[in-house]
Write a protein that binds this ligand. Structure first.
Ligand SMILES: *[C@@H]1O[C@H](CO)[C@@H](O)[C@H](O)[C@H]1NC(C)=O
Ligand SMILES: *[C@@H]1O[C@H](CO)[C@@H](O)[C@H](O)[C@H]1NC(C)=O
Ligand SMILES: *[C@@H]1O[C@H](CO)[C@@H](O)[C@H](O)[C@H]1NC(C)=O
Length: 361
């Protein structure tokens, strides 16, 4: 077991037991939730008289510290080497302040004035994603632009979406009679963002976000898309972790205040970051992933779930930065003085998770 550090919830036996139960499998295609596989290899080494268990969390660093279990491979499909344009679709009720947070994050990936953003920056975080190449040796694009947006304020497909109805929402956005989103199969990414009152298939139970590509039979085109939902009203302890923690884990504490003052949306930023990194390196789910089964790929962000800083792994976020004024926890800076917390990404050169706030780089 690793020594406890500041910010790490107390490792009581019950906590560990619940953590393991909570984390048990649910392998889901290109899905995301925090507190990942990194802990799934936890080995139960003793069972106490009271039924409590002690476990070896040493194994929890298998991805972060070592490459021996990770066989990330390139499967010859395309990666996004052309300029990437993200098209947000705001589904449901979004306040302008919430939109500002997510737009600022997207604009921070390739800021128009990089010198104005202090280190560690969102664009430096994207540099890890740019290490992935296609068959021709071309890297993932450095340019991620915020494109045309669409509002779906009236919940066109209801307040409970399935994976298939999500594709219909995207079809509606690209075929709308007024100001349809442009169809851009070369670098367009369609990002469906659902407000906190919208239920989505497997949301909270198994996933916080996912990405895939649209089917021509539904949308008319094959377009990479992702969904991320505001979990504030449903499961912030799961999907806005570590700004909230599950209340059934006794003694667990959140990592700190959210840097933009909105637990649900600040938590979504890391889910959006996760999905963008995976869409760029595996847009049609036939490029970069680990694991032998293409229907259960482990992608470049899956490998680093729950890791936001040096030493991260298991239930420990790793070393975060703390804003002196607000006490907010973050790890990257963005445009307009904004701060964000985003998970790290698997670095194919170093063969471990890395991020711009690493203390040892
Ligand atoms: C889990 O960890 C143990 C001990 O570190 C190791 O021997 C075992 O091979 C690991 N299993 C998997 C599936 O990674
Ligand atoms: C890609 O984006 C950059 C930065 O916005 C821009 O200067 C360039 O013209 C774009 N390239 C193409 C081919 O659209
Ligand atoms: C492109 O990817 C290769 C292989 O990972 C890497 O060595 C190189 O530094 C990358 N280039 C950029 C500009 O990121």
């Amino acid at each position: 077991m690793r020594p406890a550090r500041a910010g790490e919830p107390p490792m009581t036996s019950l906590f560990l037991l619940l953590l393991v139960l909570f984390l048990t499998p649910a392998a889901v295609v290109v899905a995301w939730r925090p507190w990942p596989q990194t802990v799934l290899n936890t080995t139960i080494i003793a069972t106490g008289k009271d039924g409590g268990v002690a476990m070896d969390l040493g194994a929890s660093k298998k991805y972060e510290g070592s490459s021996e279990f990770v066989h990330l491979r390139y499967h010859m499909g395309p990666v996004l080497t052309a300029n990437i344009t993200v098209h947000p679709i705001w589904y449901g009720a979004w306040t302008p302040a919430q939109k500002h947070i997510l737009r600022a994050f997207l604009r921070s990936i390739s800021p128009s004035d990089p010198a104005a953003v202090p280190s560690p920056s969102v664009s430096a975080w994207w540099r890890t994603v740019r290490l992935y190449t296609d068959q021709t040796g071309a890297n993932v694009s450095r340019n991620v632009l915020l494109g045309a947006e669409k509002n779906d304020r009236r919940y066109s497909h209801g307040k409970s979406l399935t994976r298939l109805s999500i594709q219909s929402v995207i079809r509606a956005a690209v075929t709308a009679r007024t100001r349809p989103l442009p169809v851009n199969p070369r670098g367009g990414l369609y990002l469906l963002l659902t407000s906190s009152d919208v239920a989505v298939q497997d949301f909270c139970g198994q996933v916080c976000g996912f990405h895939y590509f649209t089917f021509p039979s539904i949308v008319g085109y094959t377009l990479p898309y992702a969904w991320a939902g505001n979990s504030a009203a449903r499961c912030p302890g799961i999907c806005a972790y570590p700004f909230a923690v599950p209340d059934y884990i006794p003694g667990a504490r959140s990592a700190g205040r959210p840097p933009n003052g909105d637990v649900g949306v600040d938590g979504m930023v890391s889910v959006v970051a996760h999905e963008l990194a995976e869409m760029a390196s595996n847009p049609l789910v036939n490029a970069w992933y680990a694991g032998g089964d293409p229907s259960f790929p482990t992608e470049i962000a899956d490998l680093c779930e729950g890791i936001y800083g040096t030493g991260g792994g298991g239930a420990y976020t790793g070393q975060l930065l703390v804003d002196g004024r607000s006490g907010a926890a973050y790890n990257v800076n963005g445009v307009g003085g904004r701060k964000f917390l985003v998970q790290w990404i698997w670095n194919p050169i170093l063969n471990y998770c890395s991020g711009p706030n690493a203390l040892d780089q």
